[in-house]
Design a protein around this ligand. Sequence first.
Ligand code: ADP
Length: 481
Amino acid sequence: MSLRSRLTLFYTIGLGVVLVFFGLSVYGLVSVVQLRQVDATLDRTARDLIDVTRVDERGQFVLSERVSLDSSVIVQIWDLDGNLVGMTLAVEPDSPLRAPFDPSAMQTSLPIYSSADLGGVHFRVLSVPLHTGGTPIGVMQAATSLTVIDALRTDIVRYLVVLSALAILLVSLIGLVTGSRALEPLSQMTETALQITRADDLSRRIPTEGIVDDEVGKLIVAFNDTLARLEKLFATQRRFLADIGHELRTPLTVIRGNLDLMRRIGEYDEQALHSMGLEVDRLARMVADLLLLAQAESGRLPLDQRRVELDTLLLEVFNQAHVLAGERVSLEIDTIDQVIVCGDRDRLKQVVLNLLANAIKYSKDGGKVVVNLSKNQGQAFLAIKDSGIGIPAEDLPHVFERFYRADRSRSRAKDGTGFGLGLSIAYWIVRNHAGEIDVKSRVNRGSTFTVRLPLAGPDCADTTTDLSGQPLPVAEPERIG
Ligand code: ADP
């Protein structure tokens, strides 16, 4: 059964229950009110009559004065022997009304109300015992026909049934129509989802014009957001595969070229072997970086949580970087505060080394790289500023993406080792230390990479153990950019 039908059924059943309850209440209320009125009339009539009824010396019932009684009430007076000794209505001797209205109440010692059928008529009867000086002398039965009230009750039942049926029908129709309208966006969602599956096209979206901000509207927005994320994810994956293919092709071509060369000349060629060795190293580094990223992104890369003296770490990396910079680029430390953060020393070292190596790699000859390490408001602040080639504005938002290289020709021109993974790894490491990494750059003026990390709190393990001796599933610390 469809959701629409189910909702309509629930509405209808709900309404039906309410209507039955309402109908029974109305019917009961009307019956009670009507009966009370009838009973009050019977009671009044009986009292009026009893007030003027006397028994003479012969034991006959006589009226001491004339009373005007309610014309709808018929009163019978019965003596103890069951003889009808008085009646307010003149009837034929063989009339059924000459029998007691309610024979079962003839011996009653208390006034009681009852219903009885007499001569095919439904009566409400009040039976009152009659006494004189404490001695029972008979029974008075005052009765009035319930025909009108019964007819009224039947009418009420008929109206309620017809009106309820109409209301249920109307509500079902309204439910079906509004249900269709309300669920229409869901049908569209289903259709879109099917189209996406059929056409394998994640760029489709459910139209959002005129949607209401209700549960369904929110579902549509969430669905579209999910589609957008999926689309981005698939695009990234596709680009990632293409990038890997692209990155693998160059070293493999070099290796094959050198192998062909040696095969042709029939002897080992030192130059060719050296070149092949370099390419194999490059491939190995790329695979190591990819493995690290894969582990990181699947949450399987554990990070230490220890106190790390960032200033000491920076000096270590700075010394290594001197080797890379050689005479080509000058390195300078502007400020270096004593800064302790909480985290994984090797990974943080990897970040600093990567940023410094990039700064050197993308510096022009004779360029300068300046490093600052300070702390402020509970945060460590590391800035690595170079005066190199800079990064074009359109590339800036992407430099932390995997395999992203701003202007590939320039990136590979100086050094064939870069394949655009270093910054994504740095990004992941910093983010997983609750920090932020950012870049500001201008083409041909230089770039400044900044890393913000929270300072170590008292709950961070109080040890500065050097963990660099532990094996890493990544490139060696000497890795360049
Ligand atoms: P790569 O191994 O290519 O250097 P990274 O992930 O470290 O990979 O850097 C991604 C890209 O960002 C680089 O290819 C380069 O285009 C750009 N980049 C990184 N650092 C700098 C910098 N200091 N100056 C200019 N461009 C940079």
